[in-house]
Design a protein around this ligand. Structure first.
Ligand code: MN3
Length: 225
């Protein structure tokens, strides 16, 4: 049975809709800036078509249930099991899609090289994974283990412990329909649309490339929040 309690820690910067509904944040870097790790066409399509589509469909669902308007995206996701049946599935899929992609674009950075986990995060990672190499192996294994479309996450659970987990489709660990709940601090999209143009069916080579784009300053910030 899905738990109704909120995951702790609660997000400190909720994603609020404007008068026009939810909007995509600017990417913050160019479509070609993650080359050679993530290719330009994938970024362009992924941000401009896939992510934009989730936002459009999320807003269309909220319009059908005006009492949900004005709620933060995190509130909607943390209470998704209790939403009206008319919009539950649409909010789960498209609200999840909007949150997950907004997060994913920030995890990656063209300036990732040289960023490092904060001392606090490094200690927590050592405690859970022993060393960075073992973490990378475990993270890759989690990403490869997601069957079909979904995401792999590093989360901070309600006791502050780090954990790896995977979710199907656009689910994420904030949702009250998810088994392993917690605050995502790192996440990778393993839908084929995230890598197929460049890596074809080689998810592992995409995961290796993705690892080189991780902005550890962002991950550390999420861990501290
Ligand atoms: Mn995607």
């Amino acid at each position: 049975m899905a738990s109704t309690s909120l995951p702790a820690p609660i997000i400190t910067n909720p994603t609020l809709p404007s008068s026009k509904g939810f909007e995509q944040k600017e990417l913050g870097y160019g479509f070609s800036d993650l080359e050679p790790y993530i290719d330009t066409i994938t970024m362009e399509t992924h941000y401009g078509k896939h992510h934009a589509g989730y936002v459009r469909k999320l807003n269309a669902a909220i319009e059908q249930e005006p009492k949900l308007s004005g709620k933060s995206l995190e509130d909607l996701l943390m209470g998704v099991s209790g939403l009206p049946d008319s919009v539950k599935k649409a909010v789960r899929n498209n609200g999840g899609g909007h949150w997950n992609h907004t997060f994913y674009w920030q995890v990656m950075s063209p300036d990732a090289n040289g960023t490092k986990p904060s001392d606090e995060l490094r200690m927590a990672m050592m405690e859970t994974f022993n060393d960075m190499e073992s973490f990378q192996e475990a993270f890759k294994k989690e990403a490869l283990g997601v069957f079909g479309s979904g995401w792999a996450w590093l989360i901070k659970d309600k006791d502050g412990k780090l954990k790896l987990t995977g979710t199907p489709n656009q689910d994420n660990p904030l949702m009250d329909v998810t088994e392993e709940r917690g605050m995502p601090i790192l996440g990778i999209d393993v839908w084929e649309h995230a890598y197929y143009l460049k890596n074809k069916n080689m998810r592992g080579s995409y995961v290796d490339s993705f690892m080189k784009t991780i902005n550890w300053e962002f991950v550390s910030k999420m861990y501290a929040s």
